[in-house]
Design a protein around this ligand. Sequence first.
Ligand SMILES: C[S@@+](CC[C@H](N)C(=O)[O-])C[C@H]1O[C@@H](n2cnc3c(N)ncnc32)[C@H](O)[C@@H]1O
Length: 303
Amino acid sequence: MKPAMTSQAAHQAGNSDGPWTVRRVLEWTVPYLQENGSDAPRLEAEILLAHARGCPRIQLYTQFDEPLSDDQRNVMRDLVRRRASHEPVAYLVGYREFYGIEFHVTPDVLIPRPDTETLVLELIELARGKAAPRILDIGTGSGCIAIAAAVNLPNCTVAAVDISERALEIAKSNATRHGVDDRIDFRSGSLFEPIADDRYDFVVSNPPYVVKTEIDTLQIDVCKYEPRLALDGGGDGLDVLRQLVNHASRYLTPGGHILYEMDSSQSDALCEMISADGAYEGVRVIPDLAGRPRVVHAHRKAD
Ligand SMILES: C[S@@+](CC[C@H](N)C(=O)[O-])C[C@H]1O[C@@H](n2cnc3c(N)ncnc32)[C@H](O)[C@@H]1O
């Protein structure tokens, strides 16, 4: 392991010419990633090293004194260099866990966030009592919401829409991998365009909601590497949410639910928008685990 070493990293690696064991590589990598902006350098170093060695992360703990092969060292050196340039770990290793399920991800899809688990948890709670819930997921990306719902609600069916064909390919492969592709109908197009006259018990979405001019102020990991299409919510961040609110009632069964993720700063504006539409009632905000308002819920008025 000899990428450009900082003085601190060089010090930590020591001058010994001993083999690059798992322990020694971790001791070198952790401070290097930390100096280059990582918030979780130990975890990231372990994920990258497990990927380079082709083993589960937990196995590293029984391999501390094992040396890396030349190939593994080359792979690890490249991964560490790319991570130090802010390339997200999930893209480097090709997966991210969400709701206890592993999702394949590439730079064509947003990396699933723990924040979105709040929406999924609520969806599953609300849908669990229904015999055969029908769910529409707009902007499915990696498919994380649609697939987590299908895995946890064996009687549900899902339509999952995305405007990005490449994202849909990833979502389909994730659905197949988790054995729910027979209950998810993936459709290509913008918002409700590919839906025709179907009716759903739930319309859910984690849409793009970042204010356009603020995208370049986000962490480099996000603004340089994640798809703009997944982030850009227009001038006030609410462009897509506005359309979701205005059009969803047409696709909902009476009493059917909307569940939309938002930025915590958008809570008041979104609640007002939903109330002003006139088609919904019971507007409420659901906080995430940190207590921030992140999901809005309402249901369509009965006819
Ligand atoms: C914030 S990402 C969410 C992805 C995934 N649902 C998740 O929670 O990780 C938003 C997704 O919406 C898609 N998208 C953007 N505009 C769209 C539109 N007009 N119609 C359908 N999908 C759209 C993007 O391609 C992206 O996959």
